[in-house]
Design a binder for this molecule. Sequence first.
Ligand SMILES: [Zn+2]
Length: 339
Amino acid sequence: MLAMNYKNVYELVNNNNNEAIKLLKTIDNTDLQIKILKIKSYSKHVLYFNEAINILNSIEEKKLKKRMFMPILNSLINFNKKKVQEFLNYISSKYFLNEDDLQFFLNNNININNIISKNCIILNKNYFNKNELIIKKKCPNCLNELKKDYINKSILITQFNKHYSFSFNNIKNYNTFIDGNNIIFYDNKKVIYKSFIKLRVIYDKLIKLNYKPIIILHRRHRDFLKKNFPKKYKDIKLILKSLNIFYTPYKQNDDLYFIYGALKTENSYIVTNDKLRDHIFKSKDDNISRLYSKWLETVIIRYTYNNKIIEPNKVSQIAQNINNIWHLPLKNGKWICLK
Ligand SMILES: [Zn+2]
């Protein structure tokens, strides 16, 4: 094998698998690359299929990758259809799956809606013999309302609590958490009198739109007003007094408060132009970071330079089962209702 080029064997597996098996049989399972090739090759052959599974089982847990499981899944489809769904569920419990991974199931109309939902897949193609619908909130086909918070927020809350513990009890009457820092720095990169006017304008607009806002602002913006704004500090004080504000303590990241507030509240919103990406949810676990971005999509309200409010979608772009009817999102922004 040392003399053999890895790429040649790889091609042999694709072009003449029986020859590839013969060759691979002569090579020890020492190297991980060889094991992967063997899994790919053996799993295609009914007589060697079990050996492929044994090789997969011999790989250390931390070295396992989704691509090592996929050839086995694809062969199960041919050799043992009864086990396919079970194995798919198993892979899905370990890895994030995409539309390509699920081609067989989609093309054959096998019900994997749960997996599509759990993996936050937005389909490129309409695999169903159904019309594509525009859904703002209520489905025009079955008249059910889709949900905004369809994802499992408890996973995110657990992750959050692993890293931080603090009390933020003033949140009960609010559903919209304003990143005050982001707004007051937005136009000028530094805080000036106009920054506080902007804060009030955005706050007032949110009230008019029936949101229940609270501003999260670092304490230092209140504590040094007189020093920083010797001429305007009285006006600024009046503005701040007229708003609902939660002042975050020193030595604490104020972002954590509005993220936490929005996680703990149903149908919540965060007002910020920040991407909120550099966070605890940028974890090694794709599962959590994908849920987090999905959640942000329906939570973040943005604002423009002219203080125009840009509201998010009212429904999560995620496959939703409402009253036992599945709704699947498409890349073109439309939906399929499987009623
Ligand atoms: Zn529907």
